[in-house]
Design a protein around this ligand. Structure first.
Ligand code: 5GP
Length: 116
């Protein structure tokens, strides 16, 4: 089945694409959870982190290079930002097409809420 992100990459449904190359595409999240919220997605449909293989290592590195470049373009490279990858149900993944969230625009604080 074609994921919603594959359809965005193929330009079949609209999204604000901010970056695209031969391996990855990045576009603004439809429900931003921070002033800047971009999704960086492999062009190849890989469902989750649990499905990556050694053959994907170039693409995985590109996701980080793209994140750095996009963050610089957004003007948040110096102050910083957070990269998040959710995996499957316990990780809170909703769209089963691997993606990295780039969020920033203010001091995000601690990574996870404290648990007792
Ligand atoms: P997940 O919970 O899977 O890590 O995150 C999925 C993200 O995809 C969510 O932040 C959600 O807002 C975003 N999203 C879901 N559908 C669409 C869409 O059709 N377009 C865009 N731009 N973002 C989407």
């Amino acid at each position: 089945m074609t994921s919603i992100f594959s359809r965005i990459i193929a330009r079949e449904i609209p999204a604000e694409i901010v970056y695209q190359d031969d391996l990855v595409t990045a576009f603004k999240d439809i429900h931003p959870q921070a002033p800047y919220h971009v999704l960086i997605v492999p062009n190849k449909e890989i469902p989750t982190v649990d499905d990556v293989t050694a053959d994907d290592e170039l693409m995985l590195g590109r996701m980080f290079s793209a994140a750095r470049s996009i963050a610089r373009d957004l003007g948040i490279g110096d102050k910083g930002y957070r990269l998040i990858v959710n995996c499957k149900d316990d990780g809170g993944q909703e769209v089963y097409h691997l993606h990295m969230h780039l969020v920033g625009g203010y001091a995000l604080g601690r990574m996870l809420p404290k648990r007792d």
